[in-house]
Design a protein around this ligand. Structure first.
Ligand code: NAP
Length: 245
């Protein structure tokens, strides 16, 4: 019997992550939908995934909590040895925007711990089986903010820039194993994360004069996850409606 193939999407309960889960299902992957606290939203993503005729599994853990990631994801990987996680999308992330003098230690730590440490915590659990599988796709969702730096987002820019460095280094470490590692840097995308922003005003500085959609980002993730993207690795691909980065 052939091995069951899975895609794991962190922060798959809402926003960009949910659209990515659906895209992975369209590519034929069974999908592990990670979430932090919003189980109902994760179940709704699972329903959308199942509609595509593949299996969905919701998996609640805080990616910033290394012990929890090891316990929940690590033991799942250990238990289901017949399963290969071929695609890992490190998508979960948070913002805590404030100018640096006013930033609390908690605001600095939580943003770094979620994006940067979270990427490390999760990737560590799935990388060895992926290397043994000799095929894989790792896609890290970063941000325009991590490329150009954004005032009021020193914590977030640092976290995303750190992910970009890790993407480039990891890509070179495992290129020979047929595993590609790329980052996607969205600009402004319509999700809960950008809900309180003044879209009308901000859209003026975007050449396309609008925010992007989660589905548009998911299309790019879908391409990078596909076999067709086989010679692209270590790259940061922007998706931002033409915003100069
Ligand atoms: P969102 O709508 O706020 O959704 C965030 C998702 O991440 C939720 O599924 C949430 O789970 C999950 N999450 C947050 N912290 C987590 C943790 N510690 N452990 C596990 N899951 C966690 O965000 P989004 O706009 O879709 O953003 C997705 C990614 O794109 C983020 O990395 C973000 O930085 C990046 N990005 C977004 C934009 C944008 O304009 N929206 C632009 C550039 C980059 P729960 O539902 O359980 O809370």
């Amino acid at each position: 019997m052939s091995q069951k193939k899975y895609a794991l999407v962190t922060g798959g309960s809402r926003g960009i992550g949910r659209a990515i889960c659906v895209k992975m299902a369209e590519l034929g992957y069974n999908v592990i939908i990670n979430y932090k606290g919003n189980k109902d939203a994760a179940l709704e993503t699972a329903r959308l995934v199942q509609e595509k005729g593949v299996e969905a599994e919701i998996m609640g853990f805080d990616i910033a909590n290394r012990t929890e990631v090891k316990q929940i994801l690590g033991s799942w990987v250990e238990t289901y040895k017949d399963v290969v996680i071929e695609v890992l999308v490190n998508n979960a992330g948070i913002r805590q925007d404030v100018l640096l003098p006013m930033m609390s230690d908690e605001q600095w730590d939580s943003v770094i711990d979620t994006s940067l440490q979270g990427m490390y915590n999760v990737t560590k659990q799935v990388l060895t089986p992926m290397v043994m599988n000799r095929f894989g796709r790792i896609i890290n969702i970063v941000s325009l903010s991590g490329i150009k730096g954004m005032p009021g987002q020193v914590n977030y820019s640092a976290a995303k820039a750190g992910m970009i460095g890790a993407t480039k280094a990891m890509a070179q470490e495992i290129a020979r194993r047929n595993i590609t590692v790329n980052a996607i840097a969205p600009g402004f995308i319509k999700t809960d994360m950008t809900e309180e922003l003044n879209e009308k005003e901000l859209a003026n500085m975007i050449p396309m004069k609008r925010f992007g959609t989660a589905e548009e980002v998911a299309e790019l993730v879908g391409f990078l996850a596909s076999k067709q993207s086989s010679y692209i690795t270590g790259q940061v691909i922007s998706i931002n409606g033409g915003l100069y980065t």
